[in-house]
Design a protein around this ligand. Structure first.
Ligand code: MN
Length: 236
């Protein structure tokens, strides 16, 4: 087959380290779940009644990925830059119209992630019925730890999830408080997409979201999964 030539170098393959392996996990798409912990939905002024509601999603570009431990500039266009600590599910097999019971066979592993958010821009978009892209899908906004292969973890349904800023605890909850569980999310999202290996799902944040500023250090932890950190640098 003839090797194609390009006008300039094509984009890199975005990828994450995998614990215990030298091979990296190549990232395809990044899906994020909105309002998946009751107390966070309430703090955002939008409580969820699971008997009537469906999960909803937004996406981030793979190019927004940044590995844990990085220092990122305070982003442009915002004065209310928020952390959201989240469990990330890394898909390892094709999934289309799957049943919740099939979840275990579809999960490659897990990671600890930060859904960094320009909250002021997100809320303007929300109020005006506009897309959330400016608030959510911006450069260096999808922070992610190494991937931990699911192995004996199976389908995670409990475990502490915590976040601190400069060592002071800001978020503390348990994965058992997810409104839509991982199997339910896989069943639902796969109604709308042909999920593929390399797709990441940020499963939503618990209560306690808040703003950070230049000089702050964010550190998060999920039991049995690991840690994620991000340092906030000066604005560009
Ligand atoms: Mn989020």
């Amino acid at each position: 087959m003839k090797t194609p030539s390009y006008l300039w170098n094509p984009p890199p393959v975005y990828s994450l380290a995998v614990r215990g392996l030298t091979a990296r996990y190549p990232v395809h798409r990044i899906f994020c779940v909105g309002r998946n912990y009751h107390a966070h939905a309430v703090e955002m002024g939008a409580p969820v009644d699971k008997s009537k509601a469906q999960p909803f999603y937004f996406t981030k570009s793979a190019s927004s990925l940044v590995e844990s431990g990085a220092t990122v500039p305070y982003p442009t266009g915002t004065s209310n830059y928020h952390y959201e600590m989240e469990l990330v599910v890394a898909i390892g097999a094709p999934a289309f119209r799957v049943k919740a019971a099939e979840a275990a066979s579809l999960i490659y592993g897990y990671a600890a992630g930060l859904d960094m958010t320009r909250r002021d821009l997100q809320l303007v978009a929300r109020e005006q019925g506009r897309p959330w892209d400016l608030g959510k899908d911006f450069e260096l906004s999808a922070v992610c730890s190494e991937i931990v292969p699911a192995g004996s973890l199976g389908v995670l349904d409990h475990g502490a999830i915590k976040l601190a800023v400069n060592g002071k605890e800001r978020q503390s909850a348990d994965l058992s408080q997810l409104i839509w569980s991982i199997p339910e999310l896989l069943a639902d999202l796969s109604k709308f997409y042909h999920l593929l290996p390399g797709d990441l799902i940020y499963t939503g944040t618990p209560e306690g979201v808040g703003a950070v500023k230049s000089g702050d250090l964010i550190s998060g932890n999920i039991d049995r999964v690991g840690e994620v950190s991000l340092a906030i640098g000066q604005p560009e």
